[in-house]
Write a protein that binds this ligand. Structure first.
Ligand code: GAR
Length: 210
């Protein structure tokens, strides 16, 4: 049975686009993009979903009194859509434990740094790259990990390093990390999950042979 994938977004949705393109190329083996849920009503990601014929939904943070209330609304939606895998792709709301309890080892997040560097609360979007450049690192990259109750702390599925260049700005570094790392490893990790090839052993994820 093909796994039903929901992608949660908040903004531009270039990682969603990478998943849509990978699906078109037949690279999401054993899974199907089934729903896109945005925390922001006008997010461009919703247009990408519509263009690809994927149903889009809005569960707005501003319509809920707390992150917990928003999480409960999302869980309801995801369960009623019969979702097997939840992908956080530029999703900017910190979900509470009810999400992890509802989808244990079935939520993937893409983070624009090499975890455990430059991650945790407050590290999102361009802030991550500002902090990496401010620290003077020569290498950064991206991580896809399972979501656990600790922010950015779940078992790591895939990572890819990207060189920092001398004249990088947060914007140029963000773009290079997206192109060279995020848009590559996110579809790979989703496909591995859908093929049942990710085995979580404590903090370690083993990738099983096809
Ligand atoms: C991406 O770089 C993603 O890794 C990051 O936000 C950007 C969203 O771009 N996510 C986080 O910082 C989460 N902590 P997109 O909407 O174009 O995919």
């Amino acid at each position: 049975m093909s796994k039903r994938i929901a992608v949660l977004v908040s903004g531009g949705g270039t990682n969603l686009q990478a998943l849509i393109d990978a699906q078109r190329r037949g690279e999401i083996v054993g899974g199907k993009l089934t729903a896109v849920i945005s925390s922001k009503p006008g997010a461009y990601a919703l247009e990408r979903a519509a263009k690809a014929g994927i149903p889009g939904y809005v569960v707005a943070r501003k319509d809920h009194p707390s992150n917990q209330a928003m999480t409960l609304a999302l869980v309801d939606n995801l369960k009623s859509l019969d979702i097997d895998l939840v992908v956080l792709a530029g999703f900017m709301v910190i979900l509470t434990q009810e999400m992890v309890e509802a989808f244990p080892n079935a939520i993937l997040n893409v983070h624009p740094a090499l975890i455990p560097s430059f991650c945790g609360e407050g590290f999102y979007g361009l802030h991550v790259h500002q902090r990496a450049l401010g620290y003077g690192v020569k290498v950064s990259g991206a991580t896809v990990h399972f979501v656990s109750e600790e922010c950015d702390g779940g078992p790591i599925v895939l990572q890819k390093a990207v060189a920092v260049e001398e004249d990088d700005t947060p914007e140029t570094l963000q773009r290079r990390i997206m192109e060279q790392a995020e848009w590559v490893i996110l579809p790979q990790a989703v496909s591995l999950f859908c093929q049942g090839r990710l085995k979580v052993e404590g903090r370690t994820v083993r990738i099983l042979d096809a």
